[in-house]
Design a protein around this ligand. Structure first.
Ligand SMILES: *Cc1c(COP(=O)(O)O)cnc(C)c1O
Length: 377
């Protein structure tokens, strides 16, 4: 059946309870990272290509949006409102797919250290027709803007916008990653890769890693999820992550009584802090080294805010011998489709004034040249 996903095949009762809209091309490929593996001395090193999860925009947020926007349509909403930093991949993905489904998107964005990726995302965000707000200097103004948006939507559409939390990491959104674990199990069973021992992923709002952990447990896979923290608390916070896991687990068991009971698998979860650096969105030497190495060996397109830091953790573990004899899987969460065609006609001065600074001020010193990122296959 078109659009069926493994989680709903195993638990068909969930399909009734969980309205979902198909946005992604699943399963995403699993591939061996041969050259990078050789470079790092790893014999069993694989990547999960969520960078190709959907067109025109991939990355990890699409899996969550299938459930979140499915809910919005089911509830008869006509708009969404969400939150993120200026270069947010989540708010951008929401804007692109909301528009595709005929929903209006409102994005409330905060300051982010400047980078070429921030500029690209802002232009694409604007091209998607989202209404963008920046809270720089005026956090109270954002509160007022939000209540105005609510009033406007109520008057115009008869309904309030669906509020989607930062990163899409609600108990509903993370079901996209519970499914991803079942998808991975099917790929392992089909011989695409051996069962992984360690899965590395960047941890921003914890939805990706908590959804995966929940799904791995349910799918009876014992890989350790290595969550590489790239945000400050409260976005990454062990207790909050655990609550997210438990709330999603409870709702799955309510909707599908045969969904297994288990407690939070402490021993299968590793939260790593040493690759964060000094701030969210502030690149690190180790992260940028990882971006370059992944690019030069196997052509992966990583970036400094999330995936570079996650790969830096994996590289450090390879170098320390912690991955000897292990099968490692890198979960590539960053969109790799080019955004430039969709933004060709856009002038940054068309964006709200508060965003102009990102185009007029320098990028952070460690940011890699865009020409470097855009060239090659
Ligand atoms: C949002 C994001 C993450 C983090 O995912 P969470 O579910 O928020 O933890 C990782 N990588 C990229 C590229 C992202 O955009």
């Amino acid at each position: 059946m078109a659009g069926t996903i493994p989680l709903l095949e195993v638990y068909p009762e969930l399909a009734e309870a969980l309205p979902r809209v198909s946005l992604a091309s699943l399963p995403t490929p699993v591939a061996r990272l041969e050259r990078l593996g050789t470079e790092l001395g790893l014999d069993h090193f694989y990547v999960k290509r969520d960078d190709l999860s959907a067109a025109p925009y991939g990355g990890n947020k699409v899996r969550k949006l299938e459930f979140l926007l499915g809910q919005a349509l089911h509830d008869g909403r006509k708009a969404t409102i969400t939150f993120g930093a200026a270069g947010s991949n989540h708010a951008l993905a929401t804007a692109i797919y909301a528009k595709q489904l005929g929903l209006r998107a409102f994005s409330m964005l905060g300051y982010q250290h400047n980078a070429h990726s921030v500029r690209k995302n802002l232009l694409r965000h604007y091209a998607a027709g989202a209404e963008l707000y920046h809270d720089r200097h005026r956090p109270d103004a954002v509160g007022r803007a939000i209540s105005k948006i609510f009033q406007r939507c109520k008057a115009e559409y008869g309904s309030y916008p669906l509020v989607i939390p930062a990163g899409g990491s609600s108990p509903l959104g993370i079901l996209g990653f519970v499914n991803a674990a079942f998808e991975l199990r099917a790929q392992v069973r089909a011989g695409r890769m051996p069962p992984p021992d360690r899965i590395y992923a960047a941890c921003g709002t914890m939805g990706t890693v908590m959804g995966l952990l929940l799904g791995l447990r349910a799918a009876d896979m014992d890989a350790t999820v290595v969550a590489v923290r790239v945000t400050p608390p409260p976005f990454t916070d062990a207790a909050r992550g655990r609550r997210l896991f438990e709330t999603a687990h409870r709702s799955l068991r309510e909707a599908a009584p045969s969904f297994p009971e288990f407690s939070f698998p402490e021993s299968q979860f590793e939260l790593r802090h040493e690759f964060y650096g000094e701030d969210y969105g502030l690149h690190t030497e180790a992260g940028q080294h990882a971006v370059r190495l992944a690019r030069e060996t196997d052509g992966l397109k990583l970036e400094g805010t999330y995936t570079g830091k996650a790969m830096a953790a994996l590289i450090a573990d390879a170098e320390s011998g912690a991955l000897d004899g292990q099968t490692a899987l890198f979960w590539d969460t960053y969109n790799s489709h080019s955004l430039t065609e969709d933004t060709a006609g856009i002038d940054y001065r068309d964006l709200p004034q508060d965003f102009h600074r990102y185009f007029e001020e320098d990028v952070q010193p460690l940011d890699i040249e865009p020409s470097y990122k855009e060239t090659g296959s």
